[in-house]
Ligand binder design. Structure first.
Ligand code: ADP
Length: 190
């Protein structure tokens, strides 16, 4: 059982790399951003609630996000491991994830963080916004807010896993294949 957290700022390439990691390691991909967008697309109560936060570049409240993650985990007891993409984004979420996995006799094996500087990220997200159809990718002030939220609330999650020796930083600039190889090197070293 392999449980990996794919970490990094918005627009750092987590979605692209997650798809490749899933194929190589046969893991269930859990992206909380994708799950929220799915709910939004179906206009469910959860989707409508998430939209209020996502459209401003804020985090959806922890209890809502953790509840959704728990449901997703419980819906797939057959999974041979997981890749968590966009979760945990707060220390509270990290603690909840640890507890959920402990209940299943599992643990996080590694957190791999894509390291990309803020300037590059703003450029990439605004470029993605031209085709992604995501309103939160189109507006520079919302993008900057997402980066601030990442720096204030999400970055500490890296340190949380550093203390247990599970956190790896990977240079996030280069070709998709180069970055993928760096991630695999870290994962294969555990
Ligand atoms: P990106 O990594 O490009 O920001 P995501 O799809 O991961 O894109 O997230 C989009 C938005 O969804 C976030 O800005 C936030 O509003 C919401 N979101 C996703 N994951 C979480 C989470 N773990 N906790 C709270 N909010 C989340």
């Amino acid at each position: 059982m392999l449980n990996i957290i794919l970490f990094g700022p918005p627009g750092s390439g987590k979605g692209t790399q997650a798809a490749k990691l899933v194929e190589k390691y046969h893991l269930l991909h859990i992206s909380t951003g994708d799950l929220f967008r799915y709910e939004m697309g179906n206009n469910t109560p959860l989707g409508l609630l998430a939209k209020e936060y996502m459209s401003k570049g804020q985090l959806v409240p922890d209890e809502v996000t953790i509840g959704m993650l728990k449901n997703k985990l419980e819906a797939h007891p057959e999974a041979q491991g997981h890749i968590f993409d966009g979760f945990p984004r707060t220390i509270t979420q990290a603690q909840a994830l640890d507890q959920l996995l402990t209940e299943k006799n599992q643990t996080i094996n590694a957190l791999v963080a894509l390291d990309v500087d803020d300037e590059e990220i703003v450029k990439r997200i605004l470029l993605r916004g031209q085709t992604s159809g995501r309103p939160d990718d189109n507006d520079e002030s919302i993008v900057k807010n997402r980066i601030n939220v990442y720096n204030d609330e999400t970055k500490p999650v890296f340190d949380y896993y550093t203390t247990s020796g599970k956190a790896f930083k990977v240079h996030g600039i280069g070709t998709v294949e180069e970055i993928f190889n760096r991630l695999c090197e870290s994962i294969d070293s555990i």
